[in-house]
Write a protein that binds this ligand. Sequence first.
Ligand code: PLP
Length: 407
Amino acid sequence: MSIDVAAVRAEFPILSRKVHDRPLVYLDNAASAQKPQVVIDAVTHAYAHEYANVHRGLHFLSNLATDNYEAVRGKLQAFLGARHEEEIIYTTGSTQGLNLVSYGWGAPNLQEGDEIVLSVMEHHANIVPWHFLRERQGAVLKWVEPEADGSLDPQRVLDACGPRTRLIALTHMSNVLGTVVDVETVCRAARERGIATVIDGSQAAVHMPVNVAEIGCDFYAITGHKLYGPSASGALYVRRERFGEMRPFIGGGDMIREVHRDRISWNDPPHEFEAGTPGIVQMIGLGVALDWLTGLGMENIAAHERALRDYARERLAGLNWITVQGDAPGKGAIFSFTMEGAAHPHDISTVIDRKGVAVRAGHHCAQPLMEFLGLTATTRASLAVYNTPAEIDALIDALETCHSLFA
Ligand SMILES: Cc1ncc(COP(=O)(O)O)c(C=O)c1O
């Protein structure tokens, strides 16, 4: 079934607003996606009619809020293809999820000299937590570089693993190059060698169907605000077999079984890893966003975005003063580029913003990748299910204006 993009757009109130007196052309989706009315309504409804703290009260509203909040776990399980509901841990986003892997699994399991293999394409959220293990536990980071087209050869990742490698940390889709990484091949081989795998699904889960059981990873992080849900919502999938090796990361209410003056014991997973009052309404909103995505169909979304990607690739290729970084086969609809004639990415984004076109400029929280590319920054246009070929034309027009100013 193809996506009825006009109908999809009508569900997003913000897409009909103007910016600098121009229709908004929102191409900053890799940073955060806009929200459909159903998500906005769900958040408002939860606060207006069904709000109380969860897991704590015995009163009507607390039970209702708890039921609504806990019901999202099953939706996340289905969305990610996890085998067991308790394998879904609620987080505030990928950053928290990846830090949970670092503190909750890495800290108790890694010794000095143990290795973590990662790609230079990672977002800082999938780098800094491993640097913490390097600084605090003496872990060694081993970096894998992409090929010239931005693809990542799984064999290169596996070749970087030695007898001391304990963890492989990889993105499923690069937030800069759009490269989709063959994480299945890596995770399958890693499992055979007893190496744990953590996959950053922040981008991939938005644009394609994901099945963590088929991927065979140990950990998979997603973030709700990119999935058309509220900010500060998200989830970490943890393969059940890893729970026994983990320790809680944040201590406080809800994650305990008993607390005494001289001892404590924890709750069972997933609650062991969910201390304190969580993002109750945010997670309820994320559940509605997941229903909305599955209603459209992830395969249909992927097909729509493939068509947009091909059109954008063709239009950008027509500008011989633009260099697009990365063209790996099967890449997602994310285009990072530089402009000949010395226009800095910040200048480009500022100029095209005056035409209503919202893109991102900078290092995109991927400085090791920028270093690898020999750049300090790029301009990035990242597409979503509600974008249209006409918006890509608007981007091209705006870039042409920008080029004529700086050339
Ligand atoms: C690939 C990737 N990983 C991790 C993150 C971090 O996500 P969050 O800031 O929502 O935790 C992002 C967000 O930009 C991302 O694109």
